[in-house]
Design a protein around this ligand. Structure first.
Ligand SMILES: NC(=O)C1=CN([C@@H]2O[C@H](COP(=O)(O)OP(=O)(O)OC[C@H]3O[C@@H](n4cnc5c(N)ncnc54)[C@H](OP(=O)(O)O)[C@@H]3O)[C@@H](O)[C@H]2O)C=CC1
Ligand SMILES: O=C(O)C1=N[C@H](C(=O)O)C[C@H](O)C1
Length: 267
């Protein structure tokens, strides 16, 4: 049995994980952590509207509930809260699975430092399809390096998403950058306007927002006389929720280290 505390429990991803957790006999959310402004009642079942979760605590303080769990799942969508939840997990010796995106490079390094003490899995996208896309993009970028192909990345998400571009788009761009022996800092161009002629080493990244789009990502390899478009479209948040549940079952009992969904999925 894997017992988890879920941070961001009443958010879109939190609720998807709560609902899906009921289908597992060896996985249990034992408590929820939420932003203090979201807590009207301290009962996870009542607050989420899921009867089966009645009697389980909902708190704004991870410290109050962490001792009873094996693993923390982090979907608060708030990078500084995610860093502080990682510190608390590290002090308690619990593994943590982080799905939150929007971290600065310094925040990623801060999270990573705790992987000396505990197992940490950080992934901007927990779907099988996107993780396969990461591999396909790496293969394509390596094959097309120095072959006069331009790379552009587009993503579309629902109107409520706070960070842009998505963590997944940034990861796709960094995969292309490292295949091209460059860095995101030196090559990424986020949106364009005015007079701007593309340079050959640019990796363009553009974010669209609207409606209820769960998450679409396309990587374009644009050549002369041909182009390749690699697209993933998520049509349900359950895809990510299932990945997060599988990741937390996988990480339980693993030695300290910094892991990704490639480790979980065997990719
Ligand atoms: N890795 C993956 O596969 C995926 C990652 N994501 C990422 O997950 C994150 C969450 O997405 P989503 O569920 O749509 O976002 P939501 O805004 O719907 O959910 C986040 C929840 O966490 C709460 N929260 C904010 N601060 C804290 C805190 N300090 N402690 C506990 N809870 C807090 C929010 O409260 P309040 O509203 O009051 O701020 C909200 O209820 C985003 O960063 C998103 O990009 C999303 C899908 C898949
Ligand atoms: O905020 C979302 O919804 C999503 N965020 C993740 C990201 O930023 O990459 C993953 C997914 O596309 C949904």
């Amino acid at each position: 049995m894997t017992k988890v505390v879920l941070c961001g429990a009443l958010g879109r991803m939190g609720k998807a994980i709560l609902r899906l957790s009921l289908e597992y006999s060896d996985f249990e959310v034992i408590a929820g952590v939420e932003h203090p402004d979201c807590i009207r009642v301290a009962d996870l079942g009542e607050a989420s509207g899921i009867q089966e979760l009645k009697g389980k605590p909902l708190t704004s303080r991870l410290e109050e509930v962490i001792s009873q769990c094996h693993v923390v799942i982090e979907f608060s969508g708030n990078p500084s809260a995610a860093v502080s939840h990682t510190k608390i997990a590290s002090l308690s010796g619990k593994g943590i699975v982080i799905g939150t995106t929007g971290f600065s490079e310094e925040e990623v390094q801060e999270v990573k430092a705790h992987s000396q003490n505990i197992p940490i899995l950080l992934s901007p996208n927990m779907s099988l399809g996107v993780n396969l896309l990461f591999k396909l993009v790496e293969l394509s970028a390596k094959a097309l390096k120095d072959k006069n192909f331009d790379v552009e990345i587009s993503e579309i998400h629902h109107r409520f998403k706070k960070d842009a571009p998505s963590g997944t788009a940034l990861k796709l761009a960094s995969i292309v950058a490292s295949a091209f022996n460059t860095t995101l800092k030196d090559s990424a161009v986020f949106g364009r306007e005015g007079v701007h002629q593309r340079s050959t080493q640019e990796i363009g990244v553009i974010a669209l927002r609207g409606g209820d789009v769960v998450g679409d990502h396309t990587v374009y390899f644009l050549g002369f006389g041909e182009r390749i478009e690699l697209t993933h479209r998520a049509t349900s948040r359950d895809t990510f929720a299932k990945g997060a549940i599988e990741a937390s079952r996988w990480i339980m009992g693993k030695p300290p280290g910094f892991y990704s969904m490639f480790d979980v999925l065997g990719l």
